[in-house]
Each structure stands twice: as C-alpha cells, then as structure tokens.
Design a protein around this ligand. Sequence first.
Ligand code: RUQ
Ligand code: CUA
Length: 672
Amino acid sequence: MKEIQYLNLTTYIMKNKFVQAVLVIALGSALVTSCKPKNSGDAVSGDAAEKAYVAPGKYDEFYNFVSGGFSGQLSVYGLPSGRLFRVIPVFSVDPEKGWGYSEETKPMLNTSHGFVPWDDLHHTEMSQTNGEVDGRWVFGNANNTPRIARIDLKTFKTAEIIELPNSGGNHSSPFITENTEYVVAGTRFSVPADYSNGDVPINTYKENYKGHISFVSVDKKSGEMDLAFQIVTPGVNFDLSHAGKGKSHGWFFFSCYNTEQANTLLEVNASQKDKDFIMAVNWKKAEEYIKAGKGKKQKVKYAHNTWDEHTHSAKSAMKDEVLVLDASELKDICYMIPCPKSPHGCDVDPTGEFIVGSGKLAALIPVFSFDKLQSAIKGKKFEGNYGGIPVVKYEAALHGEVQKPGLGPLHTEFDGKGNAYTTFFVSSEVVKWDIKTLKVLDRVPTYYSVGHLCIPGGDSKKPFGKYLIAYNKITKDRYLPTGPELAQSAQIFDISGDKMKLILDFPTIGEPHYAQAAPADLIRNNGQLKFYKLEDNKHPYAAKGEKEAKVVREGNKVHVYMTSIRSHFAPDNIEGVFLGDEVYFHVTNLEQDWDVPHGFAVKGANNGELLIMPGETTTLKWIPDRVGTFPFYCTDFCSALHQEMQGYIRVSPKGSNVPLQFSLGTNLPATK
Ligand code: RUQ
Ligand code: CUA
C-alpha cells in the first residue's frame, strides 16, 4: 500500500515540473514524512465490519448526498452501510428516469444556450435554519454552463434550476448562508461580462475579464430561487467558498487563485505569487447598497426553470436583467486576505470564528480569525489594494498556521468538538487537528489521493461528528479491475474516538466532490411524498380514469391520452397514425399507492423511456420513421402480469384511409 501511495505521489510530482520544484524546495523533509504517515497500517480494526453493518431491513443512521462530478447527477447513500439508494438526475439527461427525454422535463435543462444535456455537478449543500441542516432541500452546482439546482428532499427530485449570467465554470458554488437566505456562487473562470463586448483578444484578460459573484435568494416557504444581485470584481479564479456563521453571519469567504491574472499555462503562470487571496464579502452591507439603489441594472440573458408539482411539468423562463454592485467602487463590501499558494478549500468552523484556507501548493494551513479580520478592517491594517479592493495584512487577520500538516491540503470539515479534519491529495491522508492550538492530533491514510470529505453537518453550526467519509480520486487496486476506468471510492472512518478508524470502502458514481449528510430521521420525517394525488393532477393531457383515455388528432400531431394501471394500458391498440405524424403519448399512472411506478417505451423511439410515478402524467414524443406496427410496453416490473402490459400502434402511409381509432379489450372494428 505504501508503495502505491508513494507511486501516486511521484507520478503527480513528475507530471508537473513546476509543482515538483515548489514541493521539493518548499517542503523538503515534509515530503518524506508526510507520504508515509506514522500509523499508515491499512488493516481495518477488528470491529470495523460491525460498525458499518446495517442489518437487512434496518435503516441507516444518515443520508449521504454525494455529488457525481462529471456524471452531472447526485447520488444518495446510507451511512454507515454505504448502500446506494438513488441516483437523482439533475444536470444530465437520464434515460432510466426519462429525465431530459420526457416533454415535461426537457425545459429543466434549458439555458440561454438552448437545451444542454450534460453538466459537471461538483458541490452539494443542504438548506439550513439557524446554521443547522434542516432537511428540506439540497443544492447542486453546474460547473460548465453555470447553473444552480435545488433538489426537493420530499420527492428526491430536481425542482428548480437557475442559470448564472456573467460566469464561467461555476465552481465556487452552491454555498449557503445560515438561514438559506442566499445560495451563493463565484465564477471560476473570469470572463468578459455578458453585458460587455466579449469579442476581445484573450491576452487582454487584465483589462477586459471580470469576476462575478452571484447572490441567489431562496424563498423561505417555497424554496424558489431568484438572482438577487451580483458583485463584480477584478478577473481572478474563484475556487471555493463558505458562508460565515454565528458571529460571522453576514459575511462570505471565497478562495481565489490566479491573482496573477494569467490567461495561458496557468499551472505555471498562476503559481507565481507566494500568496493569493481569500476574499471576505460583507453581504449584509451589499444588501444595504442594493436597497439604497447602488446596483447597476445590466442586460444579460439567463434561464430560470421551475417544476410544477400539479402539472408534473417544468417551465423555462428567460430573464434579461441583473443588478450588479462594483467592489472597486463600494470600498467596504469586499476585502482580500492574503492566503498562501493557490488556495482551494475555504472552510469556516462551527463557531464562525475560524476560516481555513487550503493552499494546494502550500506546506502549511493558514487559519484566519474573524475577530482579528474585523479589527484589522477597523484599524485599516491594509497593504494596498487589489484592483480597488483593500488587501488586509496577512498577520493582521491570521489566527495561526498548522505546521507541516501534509502535502496538498484541499478541504476541511469539522466535528463540533473543536477539531478540524483536512484532506491531503498528494500525501493521500486525512489529518485531524485542533482548531485553537493548531496541533496535529491524528492522521490516517486514504486509498488513494483524497479530494473531498464529509462529516454529517460538518460545515454547519452543528456537526454530528460520528463519521467522516473521504472521497478519493484514485482507486487503483481497491476493487476488482474493470478495465481502464475504475470506480472512484469513498471510505468511511469512525471519528467518535481520539483516533480515526477506517470501517468501510464503497464505490461511488461519477467523481464525487462535495457531499452532505444529515440524520436519516430529519429527512425521513419531513413529509416524504409517497404518491401524487390523482385529484390534484393538473396536467393538461391527464386522463384521470380509463374513460378519459382517447386519441386526438390535431393536424399532424396525434395526442394519446393513455392510462396505466396494473396490468394494462388504455388504449392498447391504436390505428390511423400516418408517416409524418408526431405522436405524443401522455401516460397517466392511475395507481394511488407507494412504490408502483409504470414504465413506457415504444419501438424505434429516438428517446428514453418514461417512468411514471403514481398519480403523475408524463409524455413521450415519438416520430415514427416507417410504415408498420410497433409494440409498446411497460418497462417497470409492476405485477405478476407485468409481462402482459403491452400494446400496438399501427403506422400507415401518409394519405392512407385508415381511420383514427383506439381500443382496449375489444378488437378494432376495422379488423373484424
Ligand atoms: S473541488 S478536490 Cu472537487 Cu470542485 Cu476540491
Ligand atoms: Cu406496469 Cu409493468
């Protein structure tokens, strides 16, 4: 194991000569000590299996919402068993669930660029009340075409997606304030603003590229999002962020790199400076400026997509304006705190006093003090400005540095008992340290190259602190080989004692970045929806009983109002459809019982299936490409006679005289 860890480290270093130089020079002996942690035994302790074991029929203690990275989806696991319960489609189409394939869900993936069928979901954040996880919603970010999604935890469905203008690579997102007042996003790639001319030479980055930070408000009751305002900053890369809490509620902290403002070969050119920044934003102050009318209205274009539980359909609205505050003009909303070497994670402890910056190339972890930051601002302990934003003196805001913690710190979470846990990508370990004394208390190896970690409630005011899950980027030999690509792995550690103990490995979907976890009861008892009430179904094409089943022609569009119930469709024989027609199967699931979806698929559809929940109506568009007779069937095993749940649709040449007719249980008159 040690050899493989070491191999990862060397490959990483060899691949990157610059990193090699920095690490070798800066870290020296740390390199040797950190890559082979003292207690690097990979054997799990004797009672590990017992600790991760959840007996058949028993429930897990926590839900774990894990981002899928390049899969664009969110997966839901149980802890401590590591059992996978569900993959929730968010930013990527999912033929399994018809997401992005059914007519009702297509608008959810609409953007100002049109229909975008994929994205990269890195980070998840659960809604909070008073800084505690409240189990209502989980938010996710789309990195590539900047968006934020809200997933409803009553239905485990994506309920809303809002696009972010003036942004590129929405990485520093979606992090929320302590009462979910805002879900906040910082652009990773600075770009020319959408409201300026973007057709400029790339090497004019310094003049023409800007950073934008978005404050998206969240309605307390409905959860509906709205782009409240943005703050424009000099062009840099915003990487990650977290809201202040408790005493620092009203502030937000963003890590930034590429303060060199390079536009090419960033691995070298954006690693020049000894320190980049953590940007502290006084968002309460920004709110005041917005109220005072200091926001400039800018013309932009972004989509806002919402899901309606009654019509079982999404709507996409195109918005065209945003209010922008300029950080260089309004001198007291943003402050830069110098932070060593390309900070990545930016994490705030449960008290709100300590802000941890994780410099990817740093040999230490700086911890900043909110109180010291406040007095530094009051006392104007500045060392100049960065693009008009005051730069606070490093020492003036610093609580202290964790010395020689490991190599390549990335992310930190907290257990609520005064301890911080940081992941180290290069030295493949999780390190536990004391937030106040900054002493390293424990370290465990991970297999291998850990990126993120999650402690239930670990970035809130109230961590539950029993387990720590490490999300590793590289799996190598942990599982049976599956060709060139191996599943990323998660590892659960018991952190209830002084020493972290590995209790379970489990494979994950896509590439998890952030994850969130919450007590199972909080979500299980939040009013989980078991089925949609048929009487509340307001879908314009719903058939709420078999008597309402029909087929209606409107020009070349054929609307099939179809019902499904164990174990037949109504109608199940359809004739009088012609080549050149567009057929819309609107299928209503008449069941009123938990866990009885029906599916629908028709031969030759350039589409996915439908998976229709009880009481719901869902539509599949089918354009027949040839004359003939085509079977359709239920794709979800729903009863002993599921295999009988089928039907036929006949397609005749254009202009033929086959009359439009449909039936169930009787032969069509035409066939005699
Ligand atoms: S971020 S490895 Cu994954 Cu999007 Cu820190
Ligand atoms: Cu309905 Cu199978």
